[in-house]
Design a protein around this ligand. Structure first.
Ligand code: ARG
Ligand code: ZN
Ligand code: CA
Length: 241
């Protein structure tokens, strides 16, 4: 990608209650978080962390391209993509090969959000995030009230894996992130180490961990390379260039 990658975002809001029908201002606050987090301009970055030298930023600009809203009788949607299909009461994606579709709905089951990796069907492409974990204002709920669920899910949408590689001491396919034995939660103590070979310090402040929103504040350079590759002319998201 030469210059700045532009990603128009279409929000598809499905609501049963008035509080699920979150405002344009709350949606816009999520766009602001995405721009800050992906460009490494987030104000809460802690520069004295042990991984400062590998902090990475993607040159990307997310814009609020549109908002579709639909009332529903469903209290929760699960993770079977029903919210993406008008035939199942959801909202079909808008131009999914050139726009990031972001469904806002109650998922249920303690799930904050989920994403489709590159290479899947365009009919279901995008991210799904619960209204209570979208943005930084309105109904955004602690400890997931800093918009990092979407940062994490859009990371998956750009081909990033969980930092622990979804296995005990698993591989996230990124060289500059340490090997983690498992997902973290809450906010780990400074100096927290992995139990994997060499007991490295863990990068629990990475957006691809499960740390609370206030404790995550960076992507690594290796992750940024992996995301850039997805948008390269030969990559699975080249249609966004
Ligand atoms: N897919 C993950 C879940 O639903 C999202 C984790 C997001 N983490 C966060 N701090 N916002 O559990
Ligand atoms: Zn995840
Ligand atoms: Ca790694």
């Amino acid at each position: 990608v030469n210059g700045v990658l532009e990603i128009p975002v279409v929000f598809n809001v499905l609501y049963k209650t008035g509080s699920e029908n979150i405002t344009d201002a709350q949606l816009q606050s999520q766009i602001t978080v995405l721009n800050n987090d992906f460009n490494a301009t987030n104000a809460d970055y802690v520069s004295n962390n042990p991984f400062n030298s590998v902090r990475g930023g993607l040159k990307v600009k997310f814009t609020l391209d549109g908002v579709n809203r639909k009332a529903t009788t469903k209290a929760s949607w699960g993770t079977n993509d029903a919210m993406k299909k008008s035939s199942q009461g959801g909202i079909n994606p808008t131009s999914p090969t050139t726009k990031l579709n972001y469904w806002v709905c109650t998922i249920g089951g303690g799930i904050l959000g989920y994403a489709q990796f590159p290479g899947g069907s365009s009919a279901t492409d995008g991210v799904v995030i619960d209204s209570k974990y979208t943005g930084t204002s309105g109904t955004a709920s602690y400890p997931f009230n800093k918009g990092r669920t979407a940062t994490h899910e859009v990371g998956h949408w750009m081909n990033l894996r969980h930092i622990w590689g979804d296995a005990n001491c698993g591989n996230d396919q990124v060289a500059d992130t340490p090997t983690h034995n498992a997902a973290n939660s809450g906010v780990p103590a400074v100096g927290h180490r992995s139990t994997c070979s060499g007991q490295p310090l863990e990068m629990y402040m990475n957006y691809m961990d499960y740390t609370d929103d206030r404790g995550m504040y960076m992507f690594s350079k290796g992750q940024v390379s992996r995301m850039s590759a997805a948008f390269a002319s030969s990559g699975p998201r080249s249609s966004f260039r």
